[in-house]
Design a protein around this ligand. Sequence first.
Ligand code: ADP
Length: 267
Amino acid sequence: MFERDEDDPPPAKAAFRPLLRAGARFGREAAQRPILVFEDVYKSYRPGAPVLRGMDLAIERGEFVFITGPSGAGKSTLLRLLYRAERVDEGRILFMGRDVARLTTASVPFLRRNLGIVFQDFKLVGSWTVFENVAITLEVLGMPARLIRSRVGEALERVGLHGRGHDPASVLSGGEQQRVAIARAIVGEPALVLADEPTGNLDPQLALDILGLFEEINEAGTTVLFATHDRSLLDQRARRLIVLDEGKALDVPNGAIPVGCDNELAI
Ligand code: ADP
């Protein structure tokens, strides 16, 4: 699912340390720090066309944050830098106190155990069952089969797919497939869930249902970063809203969205 960096430094001496859970399981010291900090981050794919230009952003534990901006503003880039599918050109990304930008390749899987990621196109294996698609997150950790069964059952229940574990993923509707992807993202109890246009392939009512699921996940203590350019979703709730503009992250207070645009934000 993830790309590897070709130009990584030599193997890690120490893996990404934290395997901290949502909410109350953080130690007192860790709980006092933001879970995520972008510090003066620069990223460009081509010379002279920077996507992020000195971006600063701090996310507190337990927040639900919308990231928005028109197509091409850098929403996916921001998330990809965080889960280390891309590397920063300059700056720091501190996740649970560790600089993600400077992790070695060997430490990246440990980073990703602390992240749940949901994509627009679900990224399920169609020939696998629903259960198998969710269980893979725990199997790669070497968890005992009995524990996997109960944890996957719980996750499927949380996303409203109780009893659907034996269905092949390919027979599910789009909305159901996205629920499976969400179950896969949360089954490992990550500290932070990232969603990259998770409703982009869904009709408006399903999109609202999926937004509601992320809100429930957040209410249970998990920090959520939800990237979307769908204004109808942003209008739903007065949530913290970050707008990517000219390569910087602007905090737009109280969910107030700049006027002058329809569904596609254009600021
Ligand atoms: P968004 O998610 O807001 O639509 P992206 O982060 O996907 O924005 O893209 C930001 C800019 O970076 C766009 O101009 C896009 O074309 C460019 N871009 C993204 N990924 C790559 C890549 N792998 N190679 C070259 N350019 C890229």
